[in-house]
Design a protein around this ligand. Structure first.
Ligand code: UT7
Length: 330
């Protein structure tokens, strides 16, 4: 049994190609003004035709492994959180395993949309705490550009590609920093239809007849998702704080899911958390679903936006519906 779990490395990777709001003006009936004012997004990254989700995940993994000073053989658990896997099966985590030669690892994927990275952290934390695993590689990775309808302005302006990762290790003596303190996770399956990909699975296989309806692309009732997101994220954030006996005043930095600046501001305003304590990078990357918090955590770490001793709150929300929060002591 281990006493606590520590984040011993962080990493991220975004593809080179930048797609700006102005670029989108040439693709759909939209404007930089509309996208910026409604979402805060200015540009997003798009993977190349030859890059799959596991390629993005592998690049992010290598950065975290270097940061944590571990090699593939040291890793005994790989979880990839994604809704854009390389294929239905095998798991994207198995492709990553091959790429980094982590021959000792147990590998699987988690599908919880934008909350997936925190769901994966929770599973890994428990496997480490009960002594079954020692060194976990947790990745949030998405190639959402492959499942967006590029003729639907309601959705195509929102999403981007990228990957972020952490290495979690056992802290036997409970004396290291970057510790996982508490978490709060949940789901509401009554809301499956407000954000989903209706076709391509067993319920609605893609056929030549329905292919032109693009049923294998993202569909979203934006307003409904927005309302739900604000309440669910706030509840999850407050629950994780309460479990550790803290309040929003104790938080040094919130790293929220990077979907929409207005959603983030609505939550932090209600919680009384000032702007300077909120980490935002959606301006550059858009919504990268399961990758978003993972990329933001790595950037916050590497740019020293979070520092030793800081209380850091991660909070996410996504399709399912799902929500999750994690409290960390950096
Ligand atoms: O990771 C979780 C995933 N999703 C989310 O977090 C999304 C949550 N929801 C949102 O962020 C917002 O609802 C959106 C940004 C998606 C939309 O903002 P909104 O203020 O709720 O706009 P709306 O959907 O109510 O649309 C308002 C108008 C509509 O036109 P009419 O009917 O008023 O004439 C839309 O057709 O804006 C139009 N519109 C656009 N106009 C220009 C929708 N998309 C665009 C666009 N460019 N890209």
């Amino acid at each position: 049994m281990s006493h606590s779990v520590t984040i011993s490395g962080t990493g991220s990777y975004v593809p080179e190609k930048v797609l700006t709001n102005h670029d989108l003006e040439a693709i759909v009936d939209t404007s930089d003004e509309w996208i910026s004012s409604r979402t805060g997004i200015k540009e997003r990254r798009i993977a190349s035709d030859t890059q799959s989700t596991s390629d993005l995940a592998t690049e992010a993994a290598k950065v975290a492994m270097k940061d944590a000073n571990v090699i593939g053989q040291d890793i005994d658990l790989i979880i990839v959180a994604t809704i854009s896997p390389d294929a239905f099966f095998p798991a994207t985590a198995c492709y990553v395993q091959k790429n980094i030669e982590a021959t000792n690892a147990l590998c699987f994927d988690v599908s919880a949309a934008c909350s997936g990275f925190l769901y994966a952290m929770q599973i890994a934390e428990n496997l480490i705490l009960n002594g079954q695993r020692k060194t976990a590689l947790i990745i949030g990775a998405e190639k959402l550009s492959s499942m967006v309808d590029w003729e639907d302005r309601n959705t195509c302006v929102l999403f981007g590609d990228g990957a972020g990762s952490v290495i979690l290790t056992a802290d036997e003596n409970n004396n290291k920093g970057r510790k996982l303190l508490s978490s709060s996770l949940g789901s509401d399956g009554r809301q499956t239809d407000i954000l989903h990909v209706p076709g391509g699975g067993s319920a609605c296989p893609i056929t030549p007849d329905n292919a032109d309806q693009k049923l294998n692309t993202i569909r979203m009732q934006g307003r409904e998702v927005y309302k739900y997101a604000v309440n669910a994220m706030r509840r999850a954030a407050e629950d994780a704080l309460q479990k550790y006996g803290l309040s929003s005043e104790d938080v040094d930095m919130v790293i929220p899911h990077q979907a929409n600046l207005r959603i983030i501001e609505a939550i932090t305003d209600r919680m009384g958390i000032p702007k300077e304590k909120t980490f935002i990078n959606l301006t550059k990357y858009g919504n990268t679903s399961a990758a978003a918090i993972a990329i933001a955590l790595d950037e916050a770490n590497k740019t020293k936006s979070i520092n030793e001793g800081d209380t850091v709150l991660l909070v996410a929300f996504g399709a399912g519906l799902t929500w999750a929060s994690y409290l960390l002591k950096w």
